[in-house]
Every structure is written in C-alpha cells, then in structure tokens.
Design a protein around this ligand. Structure first.
Ligand code: SAH
Length: 196
C-alpha cells in the first residue's frame, strides 16, 4: 500500500520513555528547526503576545525562542526527563505542580510564567484545562502519533485552536516502503482529510 507496513505499527508510551532514558533522541534539534525561522511570519501573522502550543514537545528549543519573543508557550510531553532537561539546558528556574483535572499529571512552569509544560499524554488535555491557542508548532508531533490515533489527535488539535489561529505542520516526504520512519509517514492526502 502507499503507506507500506506502517499503518498497523504502534510506538507505546513506554517505548518513548525508554528512548529518552537511552538518549536515543535523534529527533531533537539543538539548533532549532530552520522551517520555524522560515515561516515565523506565517505563524505570527503580525500579532504579538500569542499563546502558542507545542504538542509532543520533547525539549524543543523553539519553545525558548518564542518565549523570548514575548509569546506564551504551552507544551505537552509524556517524558518528565525531557521536560526537566528543557528547563535545565536553558538554565530556566521552574516550579512543578499537580494538575487537578488529570490524575498523575504534573505541570512544570518557568518562574517567569511564560513557559508551561504539561507532563502527561496529550490525549488527557482539553481546552477546559489548557485554554485555546493562537498558534501551533507541530514538528515531530503528528508524524509521531500512532496511525490509529491520528483522527483523535487531529480532532483534539482542532478543538485547541482559536478561530484565527495559524498551525505550522512539518511532515517528511519519503517512500514508506523503503524507510521505516521518522516515525510514521503521513501522506498529504491524509493531512487534507484530517484537517480539511
Ligand atoms: N516535537 C519535539 C519532539 C518530537 S519526538 C521536537 O521537535 O523535538 C515526539 C515526542 O512526543 C517524544 O518526546 C515523546 O516522548 C513524546 N510523546 C509521544 N507520545 C506522546 C503522548 N501521547 N503525549 C505526549 N507526548 C508524547
């Protein structure tokens, strides 16, 4: 098929935690992603002081960039190690607190208040917990979602954005029959059907 043998594959939360523990995080870009720089104007669209969401954020350095530009950043990441590495690698003091609405979840917030990272599964979030966003940076997020969860992910994301929001999505174009990842192939046609 056009998605090769990826359709049925699943990467479990446990496997993601192990990747972080083993330092098997080839997806992390220390220098940040050139496409965010290239399309920053599209994301901001002349606006300032935006609320920007980073789904499946890892320790993406772009969160620091956008916070330094005066925006308010919210991320969600299943690995607590990733979240803690983010704050320590940028020498940002933070505090952590439980999230009343989600059992077992914690929210890590920079002392300055402009970066809030939820440590839980993205599927536990809703707009009543995190509010709505003016912008989304989706890199290594939709492509990391298990194919069986894509519809659920897209519905959630649509729910988390304001009417006049910008959603930057990075996917990778390749022959899924020749390459196994990164982690899943998302064809353009599927993006159309998920997001319209
Ligand atoms: N967007 C980041 C990380 C991409 S890798 C970047 O650009 O560097 C995908 C990340 O999603 C991993 O850090 C993994 O731990 C996290 N993750 C996987 N499933 C998740 C889920 N259900 N909820 C929250 N985070 C998840």
């Amino acid at each position: 098929s056009d998605v090769g043998s990826q359709e049925e594959r699943v990467v479990t939360e446990e496997e993601w935690l192990q990747k972080w523990e083993m330092g098997n995080i080839g997806f992390h870009k220390e220098q940040g992603h050139p496409l965010l720089q290239k399309y920053l104007d599209v994301l901001l669209n002349g606006r300032s002081g935006l609320r920007i969401f980073f789904p499946l954020c890892g320790k993406a350095v772009e969160m620091k960039w956008l916070a330094d530009m005066g925006h308010s950043v919210v991320g969600v990441e299943i690995s607590e190690q990733a979240v803690k590495e983010f704050f320590s690698e940028h020498s940002l003091p933070y505090c952590e607190e439980p999230v009343a609405e989600i059992s077992g979840a914690k929210m890590f917030q920079s002392t300055s208040g402009n970066i809030s990272l939820y440590c839980c599964s993205i599927y536990d979030l809703s707009s009543s917990i995190v509010g709505k966003f003016d912008g989304v940076w989706d890199r290594g997020a939709l492509v990391a979602v298990n194919p069986c969860d894509r519809q659920r992910y897209a519905s959630l994301m649509i729910n988390l954005v304001e009417k006049n929001s910008s959603y930057l999505l990075v996917t990778v174009s390749y022959d899924p029959n020749k390459h196994k990842g990164p982690p899943f192939y998302v064809p353009e046609s599927e993006i159309q059907s998920l997001f319209g």
